[in-house]
Design a binder for this molecule. Sequence first.
Ligand SMILES: [Zn+2]
Length: 287
Amino acid sequence: MNCALLGKWVFNTLSGKQGLCYDLMRRKYNLREHALGMNHSKGSCFWNNIQNVKSLVMGNCKFEVGRGDSIRFWEDAWLDDLPLKIKCFGLYKVCSVQGVSVCSVKQDGWFCLFRRSLNSFEILQWEDVVGKCLEVSMNEEGDKVVWMLNRNGFSSKSLYHWLVFGGIVDDRCRLVWRVAAPLKVKIFLWLVMHGKIQAGEQLKNRGWRGDPYCKWCGEMESVNHLMFQCSLSRLLWCFVRDAMGWQRSLTDYRQIGGIQLGYMSAKKKTCVLGNGGSGGVDDLGYS
Ligand SMILES: [Zn+2]
């Protein structure tokens, strides 16, 4: 969360925002407008944190080149939607100076030094990059920055979502959090759906030395056994089945997501385990 809030400072500084605090920072660290410095310079705790967050913000921005002194040639997206570091990773790996600004590469006549000779493919790739660079018109205005994660401009919320996004969205769990039930019930459902409750089998896998077998029937106490398959649990689910008018009971924790879908479509807000109706329990093939 702190990174997302600091990200606003970074973006506003790159956008050239005026204000007492921004002016103070620019004067203290000798920054031009629309710039945050190419390298990580030491300073106050606040400045060091800004520098740490800088690459997170700049990695999600697209730049329109002005002077080119605040845009990193390889690491920022200025020539295309992707940074050259990603598009031409082979060239980036062997270039002598990484983190160099667009402005300084232009001053050298769009010349970069590489640590070894380029092969024929890399030469063609580099010529293509130089060709695109020559088409870019630079001026003495500050570089403009566009936030890519939100079409309405920068928001700390969009940066926060990007930071915490794990890459996979589990729709079943999203529905669990939307159900009108106490938080502790939702957390318990989430734990069951991920097979994380402290059943004997799970505890044994974590090195527990106690008895992992069910005290009621003597079978291995897995999540499914504890919640659905033990004779006592089956009896309980029979009551639920009859009360809710289902044709069959649940036998597996992975079916809970189906109940949630049914519940949401039926729009019943009085019970977590509602009858699915169409698209609900029966259609999902519960056995
Ligand atoms: Zn049992």
